[in-house]
Design a protein around this ligand. Structure first.
Ligand SMILES: C[S@@+](CC[C@H](N)C(=O)[O-])C[C@H]1O[C@@H](n2cnc3c(N)ncnc32)[C@H](O)[C@@H]1O
Length: 264
């Protein structure tokens, strides 16, 4: 991994990311690892202990595509500041971010953490590990494609407003899913978004969208771009780039965006 490795990760980084790095049985192997762990009893009701066990698997067994402790700290600090009542994540994988962030949402007085995950097996792992961490009352795992789930939760009245949105699923889905949330009025002034992996692998269309002015968004909106969903170009965004590290020690960053109002 050469010069890309943060020296702070020496000896403690996750295993390197192989060509096939998920959905090869490792997620169920993680579940067996955690539930067969000698410290299982200490994990019950203790989110940090469960996260430590997931990290231990990533370091000693196989790479896992989790946000990891470094970038998670950035989002936890954001949760502490924003104090979201409702937080939604797009892409849950094995529940690392759900456990880290739902615990922070709960500590900040929040009520609900929705984890939207399209792989049913991964969703089952999230449920089992969040349950072990004592987060059963706050974490709701929804199996299915993110856009379909957002529409259904909105239509059924289960989800009315998103205070904090964490985007960590299929990279080309970030912009259309955000636009869908805008159209459904799930987000608006006061909402905050944290988008992962904006360096590795990168997401130029998303960065361009959240960094545009209302004027620029309106021009694009009116220029015949009929791709659906079309979003709400009137939302004013302030966006910043926060550097961090993948748990494997590779540099990456989060884009933190705040909706500060509605433009003229
Ligand atoms: C990078 S992993 C998420 C990691 C997790 N947020 C964490 O840090 O612990 C991406 C996840 O998004 C899921 N995914 C990808 N596209 C999706 C979609 N359109 N809807 C729901 N889940 C999706 C994948 O199955 C995978 O589990």
């Amino acid at each position: 991994m050469g010069s890309t490795v943060d020296p702070g990760f020496k000896g403690v980084a996750y295993q390197p990311q192989e060509e096939v790095y998920y959905n090869d049985g490792r997620e169920i192997a993680l579940l067996h690892f955690v539930y067969g762990h000698p410290q299982l009893e200490e994990m019950r009701g203790n989110p940090q202990r469960v996260l430590d066990a997931i990290d231990e698997f990533g370091k000693t067994k196989k790479y896992l595509m989790n946000i990891g402790p470094y970038k998670a700290k950035t989002v936890i600090d954001l949760i502490t500041e924003v104090k979201p009542q409702v937080m939604v994540e797009l892409g849950g994988y094995v529940g690392y971010s759900a456990i880290a962030f739902a615990a922070a949402v709960q500590a900040a007085g929040g009520k609900q953490y929705w984890s939207l995950e399209h792989n049913a097996e991964f969703a089952a792992v999230i449920t089992m590990l969040a349950d072990l961490a004592g987060l059963r009352d706050i974490v709701r795992v929804v199996v299915g494609n993110s856009a379909t789930s957002l529409k259904r939760l909105h239509g059924g009245g289960d989800l009315k407003h998103i205070d904090l949105l964490f985007l960590d699923h299929l990279k080309p889905a970030y912009t259309p899913d955000l636009k869908l949330c805008e159209e459904l009025e799930l987000v608006g002034p006061g909402s905050v978004y944290a988008a992962d992996n904006v360096v590795k692998p990168g997401n130029p269309p998303y960065l361009e969208y959240v960094r545009r002015t209302v004027q620029e968004k309106k021009e694009a909106f009116n220029s015949g771009d009929t791709n659906s969903p079309r979003g709400n170009p009137n939302l004013v965004y302030e966006s910043r780039f926060v550097e961090g590290w993948e748990p494997s020690g590779v540099p990456d960053a989060l884009e933190i965006t705040r909706c500060t109002g509605v433009g003229p």
